[in-house]
Design a protein around this ligand. Structure first.
Ligand code: HEM
Length: 510
């Protein structure tokens, strides 16, 4: 029996079983942990067989650079994903195969997320960061959902031009509930292997819970994304533009040859790409700050000495805040939000180090494993930003780090995250806030499963360091009202009342 067997020429890997290959040993959740254990045994490039299919797992910066960057033209594809197709019908830029359609979507995104274009969105990002600090000041116990509101509201404002001033009852809670189910649907190994055993497609829904899940997620996505698109179209028709991404996309729809469905799904995929990633990162950051109080103290000292106590830090301060920058790098290293990035696939046969990688193989880059290799990083499970002060990429003395880059957590080659600049601005905008958490010990491993991963809800106390800090936070929030207003016209009546009450203007909405 050939099926399931590792062909000669493939990189090594765990022993296979006839027909199944490594299918039965394939982890059902958080596969990056098992992939990292296998990497210790089989090296920085190894292979897995799932029936007739081949998966290549890369856990080293050098093979990642060579295969995913230098030979990106050959590794740019995505593997077929049946569950993804039935939810989004090939319309999602993240899951799209290497087609003319993907190239058009990617071109549209690039034009609007250049570093220059991203600067245009900075005021609303900063205003949203001021609400996050204000929310945490007023109801610190709800910090977890405040962070989610923040990350989603930034993305919804930037993309669709409508902000979300509250979490519960608004769009954000509905989005996150759907998004976590969606991320579970597409996580490698989480669903039955329908792409391997196509007959599973015909199992009746009562025995195939994944079908119900897919239907539910599709319905919520359509309601959310096309509802917001309609609002945007209405705003343009009424002459009330606010410079959001979807307005430019609608203006350029013909030139980019995108139909309305593609436009709605592109906006939706960007909301998906931007919300949970940013909030998962910030949750990990808070977890790190409360579990490693010495790092928190150093960050505060740096802010005090560079920014002082009379103003809120600005993005321009970043160049003078090397420790804060190291905290951001270390959070990405310690808890990469996409520990396996997103699966790539080969378009043609590639040879690497004497191995043959066939056309159509899936490639998973184990970012988690790369960042937790003790030969490269001293004490890798420890959150220790100083490693990025000691050496540019945080590696041990003497490690050759020519193949490393700071944007590694954002993926690879032509599929690399198109929103690196926008994301980094959002991350910095939150990190700068001068607040503090309790030094208590937490379960540092209670992370949710899915293609994007972040800590499950945890509790901590966050208090302002002085009344002066609290005043600055309040002032910054009230001063942001003007920036918020163009993004509030299309909000629901309840959202408008909520925003007015926050600003002490409830009487205007009687
Ligand atoms: C902490 C923040 C973020 C991280 C760590 C992150 C990480 C990633 C990673 C690892 C990938 C897969 C790359 C690959 O396949 O090699 C990706 C793709 C993508 N990201 Fe992000 N991302 C972040 C924020 C955002 C934001 C804010 C947006 C949108 C506004 C976004 C939109 C996308 C899109 C559309 C793709 C698919 C690209 C394609 O397949 O062509 N991401 N991101």
């Amino acid at each position: 029996l050939q099926i399931g067997r590792r062909d000669s020429g493939l990189p090594p890997g765990p022993p296979t079983q006839p027909l199944f290959g490594n299918l039965l040993a394939f982890p059902k959740g958080s596969p990056h942990y098992q992939f990292t254990r296998w990497a210790k045994r089989y090296g920085e490039i190894y292979s897995l067989k799932l029936g007739p299919k081949t998966i290549i797992v890369i856990t080293g910066a050098s093979p990642a650079k060579e295969l995913m960057e230098r030979r990106s033209g050959s590794t740019v594809d995505r593997p077929p994903l049946y569950v993804g197709d039935i939810v989004v019908g090939g319309m999602n830029i993240l899951l799209a195969r290497y087609t003319v359609k993907w190239r058009m979507l990617r071109k549209a995104v690039h034009a609007m997320l250049t570093p220059q274009a991203t600067l245009q969105h900075l005021p609303i990002q900063q205003a949203e960061a001021s609400q996050l600090a204000f929310d945490i000041l007023k109801t610190p116990e709800a910090f977890y959902t405040h962070v989610r509101r923040y990350s989603s509201s930034v993305i919804l404002s930037v993309l669709f031009g409508v902000r979300s001033p509250r979490y519960e009852g608004g769009r954000v809670a509905q989005f996150f509930a759907m998004q976590h189910e969606w991320e579970r649907i597409v996580e490698p190994g989480a669903q039955p292997p329908i792409d391997l055993i196509p007959i599973l497609k015909y199992v009746p829904e009562r025995w195939a819970p994944w079908k119900t899940l897919c239907r539910k997620v599709r319905a919520v996505q359509q309601e959310l994304y096309f509802g917001m698109l309609e609002e945007c179209e209405r705003r343009i028709a009424n002459g009330l533009r606010n410079g959001c991404f979807m307005e430019s996309l609608l203006d350029r729809q013909k030139e980019l040859a995108l139909d309305r469905e593609s436009v709605g799904y592109l906006g939706g995929a960007l909301v998906e790409g931007g919300s949970d990633t940013t909030s998962a990162f910030l949750h990990s950051l808070i977890l790190a700050m409360i579990s490693y109080p010495e790092a928190q103290k150093k960050a505060q000292q740096e802010l005090d000495s560079v920014v002082g106590h009379d103003r809120i830090p600005a993005l321009d301060d970043m160049a003078s805040l090397p420790y804060i920058q190291a905290v951001i790098y270390e959070t990405h290293r310690w808890r990469p939000v996409a520990p396996l990035a997103a699966p790539h696939a080969t378009i043609k046969e590639e040879f690497y180090n004497g191995y043959c990688i066939p056309a159509g193989a899936t490639i998973l880059v184990n970012t988690w494993g790369i960042y937790h290799d003790e030969n490269i990083y001293e004490d890798p499970t420890k959150f220790w930003p100083d490693r990025f002060i000691k050496s540019e990429f945080g590696t041990r003395d003497g490690v050759d780090d020519v193949d490393r880059r700071h944007t590694l957590p954002f993926g690879f080659g032509r599929r690399m995250c198109p929103a690196v600049n926008l994301a980094n601005n959002s991350l910095f905008d939150k990190i700068k806030d001068p607040q503090t958490g309790d030094p208590i010990h937490y379960d540092l491993w209670d992370y949710k499963k899915g293609i994007v991963t972040g800590p499950n809800p945890f509790r901590c106390t966050i208090t302002p360091r002085s009344t002066r800090h609290a005043e600055l936070i309040e002032q910054a929030f009230y001063a942001s009202t003007e920036t918020f207003l163009p993004f509030e016209g299309e909000m629901s009546g309840e959202d408008k009342r909520y925003a007015a009450a926050m600003r002490g203007l409830s009487h205007l909405f009687k």
